[in-house]
Design a protein around this ligand. Structure first.
Ligand code: FMN
Length: 179
């Protein structure tokens, strides 16, 4: 059975908790979970998997969460080949205080892994979100799942469930426990 992994970067724990929730939906035999801060060993570790979920919150003004910075820089030099890999993206942001760059880090990850040959799935509808600008919007959809625990925590569970329905079809060998 093809294996999948979740890699996440999270400063105050929000994206980490989403990663943990997502992990619960998959059986442990098929899904590993890694913190970018503590467990990331390099792109080769990601390339051991065919199916990947990448979590990254947005900081600064539209920048990727700190623990993703060096890995993205290193990969942009080393250019590991992600051809044939299926990747879905998720991450936390704040659509009110930082609505001028809402979850923009997801757009950076999208461009980065697309350039390395990956197939990115899990685009999410804009409905129900209110923000000024997001670098994570392409073709009238978010490139992944945006979570806003600061302003819309009541919508998080529903959004995760909706997103799992969307990505499920792209992860053919995965047995979801729920959703
Ligand atoms: C200094 C600062 C800058 C931020 N910049 C952004 C931003 O540009 N875009 C955004 O959507 N959220 C921004 N946020 C909000 C965080 O992404 C949000 O708090 C998120 O839940 C953090 O997730 P994490 O705990 O997984 O890192 C910022 C927060 C702070 C404190």
């Amino acid at each position: 059975m093809a294996k999948m992994a979740i890699f996440y970067g999270s400063t105050s724990g929000i994206t980490a908790s989403v990663a943990t929730k997502l992990h619960e939906y998959f059986t442990e035999e098929v899904c590993d979970i890694y913190s970018m801060e503590e467990d990331f060993m390099g792109a080769d570790q990601m390339l051991e998997y065919d199916y990947l979920l990448f979590g990254c919150s947005t900081w600064g003004s539209g920048e990727v969460q700190n623990d993703w910075r060096d890995p993205i820089f290193d990969m942009s030099l080393e250019k590991p080949d992600f051809t044939g890999k299926t990747i879905a993206l998720f991450g936390a942001g704040d659509c009110v205080t930082h609505g001028e760059q809402f979850v923009s880090a997801l757009g950076t990850l999208y461009d980065h892994f697309k350039k390395l040959g990956a197939t990115i799935v899990g685009q999410f509808p804009l409905d129900g979100y209110s923000y000024e600008y997001s670098f994570a919007v392409r073709d009238d959809k978010f490139v992944g799942l945006p979570i806003d625990e600061v302003n819309e925590s009541d919508k998080t569970s529903e959004r995760i469930a909706q997103w799992l329905e969307i990505i499920k079809q792209h992860f053919p060998n995965m047995s979801l426990k729920a959703a």
